[in-house]
Ligand binder design. Structure first.
Ligand code: FES
Ligand code: FES
Length: 168
């Protein structure tokens, strides 16, 4: 199949490549860009492990082809904090609340959590649980994940963290 030129901005950096039209966005992110924090759990838009932000909204990156993200702004888990800098408050909250075991679901959970906080800056437990509906975790039983999102949302609302509510 003929490769097609593609450009987008990923974690604030312009990216250009040639991709086959059938390449999924998640495959482009992982295999071409080597950003392997975005995981593949099911490939059928069920599990949420591949969640990223496209133009400021959480999407499952296995559910579209890379060409559908042409000229888009993409944010992956790697874009949440600069190398060597402290983790994003939402990542810190996941760590503090033991919201992961194997960690496979965690990048997708964090990216979805940030989408929830964008919509509900001070979410209720119900709003968090509802917002995480499309993200599956086989290990934790979800309670600690909801605790972490509540705590991360609170940390993000504190002075000095306002910028964390915006896409980089
Ligand atoms: S890999 Fe995309 S939703 Fe499971
Ligand atoms: S921590 Fe293992 S799948 Fe969620």
């Amino acid at each position: 199949m003929t490769a097609v030129p593609l450009s987008m901005v990923v974690n604030g950096k312009p990216v250009t490549a040639e991709v086959e039209p059938r390449t999924l966005l998640v495959a482009f992110i992982r295999e071409h860009l080597r950003l392997t924090g975005t995981h593949i759990g099911c490939d059928t838009a069920q599990c949420g492990a591949c969640t990223i932000h496209m133009n400021g909204q959480a999407i499952k990156s296995c559910s579209i082809v890379a060409l559908q993200a042409a000229d888009a702004e993409i944010l992956t888990i790697e874009g949440l904090s600069a190398e060597g800098a402290p983790l994003h408050p939402m990542q810190q909250a996941f760590s503090k609340h033991h919201a992961l075991q194997c960690g496979y679901c965690t990048p997708g959970m964090v990216m979805t959590a940030l989408d929830i906080v964008k919509e509900y800056p001070a979410p209720t437990r119900e709003e968090v649980a509802h917002g995480l509906h499309g993200n599956l975790c086989r290990c934790t039983g979800y309670r600690n994940i909801i605790d972490a999102v509540m705590s991360g949302a609170k940390a993000m609302s504190e002075p000095g963290h306002e910028s964390m509510n915006k896409e980089p």
